[in-house]
Design a binder for this molecule. Structure first.
Ligand SMILES: *Cc1c(COP(=O)(O)O)cnc(C)c1O
Length: 380
């Protein structure tokens, strides 16, 4: 079976800039500064500036950016941290790794983003922070978040792993809270040639502590202020990411244009129970993923739609099939089926369509035509 439309294709972004990437890599080889080299600080400064904030601290992964980032914000044992049940499990892993107590809440079924009314009900005297996850590339409303933080006197720690340069209400992802975690996993909107992550902050003390935590808790060689760890962004990865950064806005715009075609041309299927996730942030949505919901009124089940698309050479995904509170690893938290009905329902209904810069018009047409005919033929 030939794949006509893959779910992602990273070659399309790397091929046109390959010689440039190789020069940057060669430069690191020549310099030999593999650990915390020049390219790391250059990229940290460039990404922080692009995101409208002050300091960037590169780490080994997005998960570490959350785990160490929370610690850098002095969030840990005895502190409750509110986060959505509907996120990639790494958000939860980060909270637990930091030693804090995770408090999960449900999401808004229209956007799949954290439900701030549910979050308000979860506030206790121990609540120290909320982690809005800018899921699928759409920011949680900054104005509502800032109101929330102000009302309940809690910190905002953004999980922006899917939201590089996303915007909403004049804010850029990573500039809203005390700090924000990013991932450079290869398929993220800005991806490395391996793992990588970064914490952004405009707080100099958080930045200084984060620099120590990623480097054995040390700010001066062989003097260790706290028991940190070894989690640094490789110089090689930083060099690659710095070359790619200038293209990011263009790539994000391409994703938005693809989403706009999907939105318009899939709209007729809404009456058949197939509904795209709502974009509440206009052109600031960077569409890390394009997700549709297939509700119970649809004449054909999600699994069958996915199988038929696969048979037609179109790859799709499900982000994510099991909400955090139902993951076996976290059963000890005591949550149960039924605790977060919107997250549970979404996990059964969502389907992610092919979305990447370079996805061409005939491929988009292919996807839209295939879905439309699958739904139409199920109706009759
Ligand atoms: C990818 C991702 C992470 C984790 O990043 P890694 O670099 O894979 O460790 C965390 N949160 C969300 C929402 C993500 O999508």
């Amino acid at each position: 079976m030939t794949i006509k439309v893959p779910f992602v294709d990273l070659n399309l972004q790397h091929q046109p800039m390959q010689s440039q990437l190789l020069v940057a890599i060669e430069d690191v080889l020549t310099k030999g500064d593999f650990i915390l080299g020049q390219a790391v600080s250059n990229f940290e400064a460039a990404f922080a500036a692009a995101s409208g904030t002050e300091y960037g601290i590169g780490v080994a992964s997005g998960t570490d950016a959350i785990a160490l980032g929370l610690q850098a914000c002095n969030i840990g044992a005895g502190d409750e941290v509110i986060l959505p049940a509907n996120t990639f499990v790494a958000t939860l892993i980060g909270v637990v790794s930091a030693g804090a107590t995770p408090i999960l809440v449900d999401c808004d079924p229209q956007t799949a983003l954290i439900d701030l009314e549910a979050a308000a009900k979860a506030i206790t005297p121990q609540t120290k922070a909320i982690i809005p996850v800018h899921l699928y590339g759409q920011m949680v409303s900054p104005s509502q978040l800032l109101d929330f933080a102000n009302t309940y006197k809690v910190l905002i720690f953004e999980d922006a792993a899917q939201a590089h340069l996303a915007e909403r209400e004049g804010y850029i992802a990573g500039s809203v809270g005390i700090a924000a975690a990013f991932s450079f996993y290869p398929s993220k909107n800005l991806g490395a040639f391996g793992d990588g992550g970064m914490l952004l902050t405009r707080d100099s003390e958080v930045a200084a502590k984060m620099r120590r935590l990623r480097n054995y808790g040390s700010s001066q060689k062989y003097v260790h202020i706290e028991p940190g760890t070894n989690s640094r962004l490789d110089t090689l990865q930083a060099a690659v990411l710095h070359q790619k950064l200038p293209y990011l806005s263009q790539w994000n715009s391409e994703r938005l244009a693809i989403a706009q075609r999907y939105d318009i041309e899939l709209a007729p299927l809404a009456s058949a129970g197939m509904i795209p996730m709502q974009n509440q942030s206009g052109t600031g949505h960077i569409y890390h993923l394009y997700v549709i919901k297939i509700d119970d009124s649809c004449p054909i089940k999600r699994q069958q739609i996915q199988e038929k698309l696969t048979a037609a050479g179109i790859q799709t995904g499900i982000h994510y099939p099991i909400p955090c509170h139902l993951q076996p690893a976290f059963s000890y938290l005591g949550y149960q089926q039924g605790d977060f009905p919107q997250s549970e329902q979404l996990s059964q209904q969502i389907l992610s369509l092919p979305m990447y810069p370079g996805l061409n018009n005939s491929q988009i047409t292919e996807v839209i035509t295939a879905i439309t005919s699958i739904v139409k033929s199920a109706k009759t």
